[in-house]
Design a protein around this ligand. Structure first.
Ligand SMILES: NC(=O)CC[C@H](N)C(=O)O
Length: 380
């Protein structure tokens, strides 16, 4: 069967032609590329991709179909999907259906037959930018007009659009040891799961929750989740993090949560040229000298003194209003700050994804570190 044609137009006018994939229609978002060779189902359902059109550099997508276990949230969040060569048949013992059917069922507009590596090189050189994908209008100039009128990622405040409406609880596996209040700014399912494996019961709370809401759960510690959007807009969560720091409640954060801790400590955030999205990014843990291969999905980072433009942030204690803080982890590809550890309050965060899903499990030890921090907090 011949597929319907589709076009992809970047904000700078570069155009790619391909075929409709998933739902027929038109969509806009920030064009970003993900270099993972596996894990497309986790990527598609990661709320941090809300309002982003994801380009997969892996040439074959859909080979293992979709299954009932690998969703990281209740739906697909990507604003659009760009692939080279979709699998014609999916084959895996867990598969419950095909990827394209799922994309169509959820109304996700995609395009296939695109040279995704050429597109990736373009984004790497020119930076992340807005994009439109259409299988209903084949006029690139008209689509470009609409791309240029679509919203930017800088200044986007998206937490409320992805957060849970109602609090819910994920029980500890085995013996209950601790209770954690997790602020849901776009949480992935594997976070409470990795905590549950350490005997943690997690209360997942809506983005607008207050310190009283957090404390009402009886929490021993607080978690700030990953999530979409520009961290510079997250004033509410930043104020909440400052309350948590002031009360010396143990705090752990991932990705957006790390950017929030950075801001709560008085630092700024900035937009990376094209971001880190993939499952094989090398990160140095400065405390141990070990390198972890890690899962990433971020387009912003914390601006520490000396950071940016590839400069290595000095490995020293930086004084803040809440005492000393160290850059605990750095990305070895570009020296971007990948983790913060406070020295005088019980708080640490990472910019990458120890929960993996998709990705390697090298950084899973950070959930043990969180449990140890809570244990210390309890004994103190
Ligand atoms: N996965 C995340 O938490 C992403 C954080 C933020 N939206 C960024 O792109 O940097």
């Amino acid at each position: 069967m011949k597929r319907r044609s589709a076009i992809l137009v970047l904000e700078d006018g570069r155009t790619f032609h391909g075929e409709a994939y998933g739902s027929v229609g038109e969509t806009f978002g920030e064009a970003v590329f993900n270099t993972g060779m596996t894990g497309y189902q986790e990527t598609l359902t990661d709320p941090s991709y809300h309002r982003q059109v994801v380009v997969q550099t892996a040439p074959h997508i859909g080979n293992t179909g979709v299954n009932a276990d690998d969703d990281e949230s209740g739906r697909i969040w990507v604003a659009g999907y760009v692939v080279r060569d979709p699998a014609r048949i999916s084959s895996n013992w867990r598969a419950g259906g095909g990827l394209e059917d799922r994309l169509a069922a959820e109304g996700v507009v995609g395009i296939s037959g695109v040279d995704t590596r050429a597109l990736t090189r373009h984004l790497r050189e020119r930076g992340a930018m807005r994009v439109g994908v259409s299988s209903v209008d084949d006029d690139p100039a008209a689509l470009l007009e609409r791309v240029r009128r679509s919203p930017q990622m800088v200044g986007a405040d998206l937490s409320a659009e992805v957060s849970t409406a109602q609090p819910y609880v994920v029980q500890a596996q085995g013996e209950h040891r601790f209770t954690v209040a997790a602020l849901d700014l776009g949480i992935k399912r594997n976070v409470p799961r990795r905590l549950a494996a350490r005997g943690v019961t997690t209360h997942v709370l809506p983005a607008g929750s207050t310190i009283d809401d957090l404390l009402a759960t009886g929490a021993d510690a607080v978690f700030f989740s990953p999530g979409p959007g520009d961290p510079a807009t997250a004033d509410g969560p930043v104020a909440l993090a400052r309350e948590v720091l002031t009360r010396r409640i143990p705090l752990f954060g991932i990705c957006f949560g790390s950017q929030i801790l950075g801001r709560a400590l008085g630092f700024g955030t900035y937009k990376l040229g094209y971001g880190h999205r993939g499952i094989n990014q090398p990160v140095l843990d400065r405390a141990t000298g070990k390198v972890e291969v890690t899962s990433h999905n971020h387009g912003f980072a914390v601006q520490m003194p000396g950071a940016g433009d590839g400069a290595v942030v000095p490995d020293q204690v930086i004084q803040t209003e809440f005492g000393g803080v160290r850059v605990s982890h750095v990305c070895l590809n570009d020296n971007v700050v990948e983790g913060l550890r406070a020295e005088d309050v019980p708080a640490f965060t990472v910019q990458y994804h120890p929960e993996a899903a998709a990705g390697p499990h090298d950084a899973d030890y950070l959930f043990d570190r969180f449990a140890e921090l809570i244990e210390g907090g309890k004994n103190a």
